[in-house]
Design a protein around this ligand. Sequence first.
Ligand code: WT7
Length: 685
Amino acid sequence: MSVPPIVPDANKATKAPTMKTDSPKGDNHPKSQTSRRVEPSAHFRAKARIKSHDEYLRLYNESLESPETFWKSQTRDLVFRTPSRKFLEWDSPHAKFFVGATLNITESCLDRHLATEARNRAAIVWEGEPGDVRTLTYLELHHEVVKLTAALADLGVAAGDRVAIYMGMVPEAAIAMLACARLGAPHSVIFGGFSADALRDRINDCEAKVLITQDGAYRRGAIVPLKKMADAALLETPSVQHAVVLSRIGRSGSEVSPAEMKPGRDIWWHELLSREPSLANKEMADAPNAFDAEHPLFILYTSGSTGKPKGVLHTTAGYLAGVHVSTNAVFDIRDSDLYWCTADVGWVTGHSYIVYGPMSVGASCMMYEGAPNFPDPGRFWQIIERHGVTILYTAPTAIRAFIRWGDEFPKRHNLGSLRLLGSVGEPINPEVWQWYHRVIGASQCPVVDTWWQTETGSIMLTTLPAASGSKPGSTGLPMFGVEPDVVDADGRSVKAGEGGRLIIKHPWPSMARTLWGDDERFRQTYFNVVPNVYFTGDGAKRDEDGYYWVTGRIDDVLNIAGHRIGTAEVESAFVSHPAIAEAAAVGRPDELKGSALVVFVTLKQGAAPSGQLRDELKAHIEKEIGKFARPDEIRFAEGLPKTRSGKIMRRLLKEIAAGATAMKGDTSTLEDFSVVAQLQAAQEP
Ligand code: WT7
């Protein structure tokens, strides 16, 4: 069978109208640059699973023409209890994949490896920031997950109940996720960089029954007091009955654990696991239940265009299929590899490419707790040398920081074990790509740039490392089963080389199923720009060779140092401060972070601009959202430029933030011109 097109005529447009001014410019990549390809070495190619562009094309075409056959053969290693009756049911915007199948996802990620050589292979090689190392084999990981599954069930967690996870980068974060999945309890991991308020809001939105956290996490030599922040959040989370607390600080250091335990609510992880579980729960954990293919696996909050974060819901079988197939194709992991994705488990990259994808293929995964520049900027390279990492998957913002810190740090270490490099999270500019390729990969390792999103679940655009050759700065070609397009404001395909909106025309197995508790917002956000077609929120162009060049967000979402931040979220946090009347958040190009966060504010009567207020506002954002959302610049203004209908003119503010002196574009709809001059003059004191 084949996937029914969402809009059969979306691709039929022949004449491309000119782009509207708010769309991304497609002219920032000159032709000479878009045609240059870097081909993998013959040596790399010889050992790869997918060895040529033709082989990629054959599989890609099969994935579109006979998806059922394609996905069946590519997921044959996965464990299903009941096979599916049907590949897809699509009732826009709702997709069901592998209809009728039942499975327990952890059997694919853990149990199946116990019958193979993977049994005693390292599943996780973990290094703490202080330098402590722990290795968990698949057998040991399975054992820990089974124990926690039974213990959570004893605490009253049942299939369908939500569990919040607020942890740092410790193996137990992966154990907690897998135990929830084994139990059928959707997890919601909240990044450890979020503040107590942000944690509280996310817990309340998904009404989590249990919170799993830790006393503290090591970061840049200091301790992030996770339990203390969790305690503040838990003052206002009526759904939470228990907090399970891992002792990370208390155990590894000589210090006394800083966490205060609330009797009846809080329990130490190690104490919980030392209890003998009930027989029924022990049996359930050993031989877990199978769940429907569409059983909710996790909710992951991400930023959108309103102040309220979106709870992206992923379900079981389609998500597993997506991350499994892409992990095999993109990273081509072998038994001898040590694969390292440097993302945090609190973001989707950590879910898909630290936990579910790699474990579904039995990979050995490196995991590191701390900062890349602790105790010095050579830490990543030291880890690669120490453990023999072979595949590195990291973000452009990190690579740019490495470039700034200087080549001497990577040069001090033997990086000869590396054979493949990956990039994710934001566009990687060609110069940064070249540095990564040359300095980290010794010009020997293919670099795969992977474009995808929290909502897509798995990698959507990339060049398979031995198949098609990379074009530095381009995110490459569509992954299996993915049919993207670039369209204008009316939903018509634009010509090669022209900029437009990046859409995906057909449903794919790992796509988000809805937004938790807000299905209407799901439809409005993603399936409305072009009716019934998935809109990514990104601008892109496609070149003559079919390679995609993603230019960045064209909605109200910013990408600051690889972190996704909603402008509305920042603005509503600002106006919750008593001194602020109005706020407008925009991005400004930044060499290191990609975008820096600039916020224009007007003050209420009685408040006056000052350095002190500016510091206070930065601290306020840190409390409302988290440290990573601290604005780089706050600019006080007497009024914000608005259209006659009252819309803030963001495009103008962006130009002002970027330091433009003469206004580009049309300003005739400005309500008050004097405001523009005033804003340009409003500099940091
Ligand atoms: C947004 C999604 C995908 C996991 C990490 C971020 C941007 C992501 C790339 C890339 C250009 C990229 C897009 C996208 N993005 N990867 N390779 N090239 N842009 O997940 O927080 O959901 O953010 O990140 O703008 O829409 P996320």
